[in-house]
Design a binder for this molecule. Structure first.
Ligand code: TRP
Length: 334
């Protein structure tokens, strides 16, 4: 049985970059594989974060994921901090992870550069990620391009642990990177990211979408209304490809190349189509929000299912590592 694991930070409402780049793909995977999807709150605290907002951001992320199509009948959806074994296995893995490997991670270097004092949690971020994946002995990890290096490190951690404590115990997982053209932020430059303020939330309505699209950066060669453009150079054309029907995509390309439409005309059509495409997600989110206890239930039963796998893995890990077994080594239960 192929097992899939992926994680997402609790940033609140999903934005269309998360949705198109990751979550839409996850929705498809749950029909084919045994899937674990995790809201990684212990990763979120490795950088400055708003303590008062974390709880609601975690809840909102769960709402977004369910609204976007994750189905608790087909996958296990849970919150990382609800399953204590994640941090336990992360500690174990720090003892087989070379410091040099952690220091060489691109994401660490980038984030560390922006910090006055670099905390150990930021350095150990990929070790916790290794624990996430390997606790469930997952074989596949659907991630964005920027996480491939971390998955490589997870493979190395699995190898190192296996060499020391038990051949073939942990499988070496593979990163699965989607082929979809990368959607940039509305600035047309950086990755779409909430911290950069260049996103569109998946729960936005038409007016909100329009407000965000109107100033968005298009093909830089179209300086005036009369300049012909190149659709392939335009981030909004990539969005048309995701949200508009095929005949519209074709029309947009023609009108752009011939300067038949200005960018605003093109954006208006895009806003309408996005609002229509996202409507069912918005409706499901409203239903879920009206029944918060239902969302809590989903997360509770997700954590319970995750725990039963995690406990078994940790029992074997402790045994293989020579840790004396405790009479009742499951404090998470009481
Ligand atoms: N680091 C991932 C990201 O920022 C999130 C994540 C945490 C993750 N644990 C994971 C992804 C395990 C895949 C598998 O996108």
């Amino acid at each position: 049985m192929i097992r899939v694991f992926s994680g997402i930070q609790p940033s609140g409402e999903l934005h269309i970059g998360n949705y198109l780049g990751a979550v839409k793909h996850w929705v498809g995977l749950q029909d084919e594989y045994e899937c674990f999807f995790c809201i990684v709150d212990y990763h979120a605290i490795t950088q400055d974060y708003d303590v008062d907002a974390l709880e609601s951001h975690t809840f909102d992320m769960a709402v977004s994921l369910l609204a976007a199509g994750l189905d608790p009948g087909k996958c296990v959806l849970f919150v990382q901090s609800h399953v204590l074994e994640h941090t336990e296995l992360a500690w174990v893995f720090t003892t087989v992870t070379p410091l040099g490997e952690l220091e060489r991670m691109t994401q660490f270097k980038e984030k560390a550069q922006r910090q006055e004092s670099v905390l150990a949690g930021l350095l150990n971020y990929p070790v916790l990620q290794a624990a996430d994946v390997l606790l469930y002995k997952a074989n596949r990890v659907p991630v964005g391009e920027d996480q491939v290096q971390h998955v490589e490190l997870i493979r190395e951690i699995a190898r190192k642990w296996n060499t020391r404590y038990g051949q073939d115990f942990f499988p070496e997982p593979h990163a699965q990177v989607g082929r979809a053209r990368r959607i940039l932020g509305l600035d047309g430059q950086s990755k779409m990211s909430k911290s950069l303020g260049n996103t569109i939330g998946i729960l936005e309505e038409l007016d909100g979408i329009w407000e965000l699209l109107r100033p968005a950066v298009t093909d830089p060669a179209r300086v005036t209304r009369k300049d012909p453009g190149t659709p392939e150079m335009c981030n909004l054309y990539a969005l048309h490809q995701q949200f508009s029907p095929a005949y519209t995509v074709e029309e947009v390309a023609n009108k752009c190349r011939t300067a038949g439409w200005g960018c605003l005309d093109c954006k208006r059509v895009l806003a309408d189509n996005m609002a229509v495409a996202l409507a069912p997600i918005r409706e499901r989110a409203a239903e879920l929000r009206a029944r918060p206890e239902r969302v809590q239930e989903v997360l509770e039963s997700g954590a319970e299912r995750a725990r039963s796998v995690a406990r078994e893995t940790m029992r074997e890990v402790r045994e293989r590592m020579g840790l004396l077994s405790a009479p009742q080594a499951t404090p998470s239960e009481t």
